[in-house]
Design a protein around this ligand. Structure first.
Ligand code: FAD
Length: 406
């Protein structure tokens, strides 16, 4: 079967590419999706609400070797893209853009509805096993069918969330074509730490200012809710810092929690002195529980070498200063990153140096790389999906322009 365009992977970027190419008049588009339906991951995004973009947004929000500036500028505003598909969006006070109905299913319905309207073929349960260049165009094989196409868009994602279809196995297709890939690394994921410290904190949630330290130097901070699991620190601020960790050099990294970011360390020490007086007769754990939850109070006391049942009036000035210091800088060693199942995105992918300005593979004309398969990543907040829409639309426009010329 011959198609003008085959898209490998029916996720966010693949669907955006299909809709855009079709809207520019490209006929004969097929999406090959290995799962039983397209867009499964979209349904899981933003806790089922799909944080589909961020405003403002610019190239400085992205890391990786692919140049994003022209592509982002060419795409513009994601709300405009979705309004053209009949989906109204809203933006919250932090600049995160959602579908107005706050349901991810509405985003998928808009994309799939547009695909169906344009006659894009969605071929599901179709796992692509080989992509081969021909004299003119491409041959794309699944386990039980063979297709040819003038152009191919690779939109098969990365390694993150293998339970949703992306286990990285599709990158083997790229390796076989000799396309250079930056090694994959989970980002937007919990950060693992010392189980002995974390186990007693399991289930706690605290608000904190979190700093990632590398060789004891602060490299970035983020604020928000920190969630403790048995083996990791989690929460959006940890997801945003996880990308900084070099998994091969975990020992260089530490996480510092400031549990009282609203005041100075001196202010916290003054508060502790006041509580010592007010709580006269209570033990130290009870006194600290006026500031943090008891399991954290116990950990802080242990880190300061103070027994939890020490009567608080026995704490001397040095103890109080140490406790204040720990409340502002409670450090956890980094022992690794969470596994791919818990990661929301992949850093790494096809290197920018392998792609031309249209996201076409330089050594393989008419093969394009979009979405998470390209070496681009960012923070939480709608940036990843925005890149998927923008890169999908960008490659699709180039294909449409070339189609118009032939
Ligand atoms: C739980 C979760 C929540 C998230 N929330 C947000 C959010 O709110 N905002 C945000 O910006 N980002 C979010 N992300 C990240 C975002 O969803 C991804 O970056 C984005 O979906 C990647 O899109 P993609 O098109 O590159 O790949 P995917 O959406 O991963 O799609 C790739 C598709 O290719 C298919 N495929 C793979 N191999 C083959 C093959 N060999 N043959 C055929 N098909 C194949 C897969 O089944 C999959 O359907 C979240 C991710 C997760 C896991």
């Amino acid at each position: 079967m011959h198609h003008r365009l085959i898209i490998i992977g029916g996720g966010a970027s693949g669907l955006a590419a299909a809709v855009t190419a079709a809207s520019y008049g490209v006929n004969g588009i097929a999406i090959l999706e290995k799962q039983s339906r397209t867009g499964k991951k979209i349904l899981a995004t933003g806790n089922g609400r799909c944080n589909l973009s961020h405003t403002p947004i610019s190239a400085s929000d992205y890391s990786g070797s692919v140049s994003t500036a022209e592509i982002l500028a060419g795409f513009g505003d994601a709300s405009g893209f979705f309004e053209s598909l009949g989906l109204c969006c809203r933006t919250d006070e932090q600049g995160r853009v959602y579908p107005y109905s706050m349901t991810a299913a509405a985003v998928l319905d808009a994309l799939r509805g547009a695909c169906a309207g344009y006659g894009v073929e969605e071929l599901c349960d179709a796992c692509v096993t080989a992509v081969t260049p021909m004299k003119k165009g491409w041959r794309v094989c699944t386990e039980d069918a063979e297709y040819t196409a003038d152009a191919v868009i690779f939109a098969a994602g990365g390694y993150a969330a293998p339970q949703l279809g992306t286990d990285g196995s599709a990158w083997e297709l790229l390796r076989r074509l000799g396309i250079p890939l930056a090694p994959p690394k989970p980002v937007l994921c919990p950060v693992r730490s010392d189980a002995g410290m974390l186990r007693p904190l399991k289930g706690l949630r605290v608000r904190a200012r979190v700093t990632m330290l590398c060789q004891e130097k602060p490299i970035r901070e983020a604020s928000g809710e920190v969630q403790f699991t048995e083996t990791a620190l989690s929460g959006i601020c940890l997801f945003d810092l996880a990308g900084l960790v070099d998994p091969k050099k975990c020992g260089d990294f530490r996480i510092s929690l400031n549990l009282c970011p609203h005041q100075s360390e001196g202010g916290t020490a003054a508060m502790l002195y006041a509580f010592q007086a007010v709580r006269y007769g209570a033990d130290s754990e009870m006194m600290l529980s006026g500031i943090v939850q008891k399991p954290l109070a116990r950990l802080i006391l242990k880190e300061c070498g103070i027994r939890a049942n020490t009567p608080c009036e026995q704490l001397d000035g040095r103890n109080i200063m140490e406790l204040a210091g720990k409340l502002h800088d409670l450090q956890f060693p980094v022992t690794g990153l969470a596994d791919w199942k818990q990661a929301q995105a992949t850093a790494g992918g096809v290197k920018g140096s392998a792609l031309d300005e249209h996201l076409q593979v330089k050594q393989h004309p008419n093969l394009y790389i979009i979405g998470e398969a390209a070496d681009v990543h960012s923070l939480c907040g709608g940036y990843h999906l925005h890149w998927c829409w923008a890169s999908g639309a960008w490659a699709a426009k180039d294909i449409a322009e070339r189609s118009a010329q032939t």
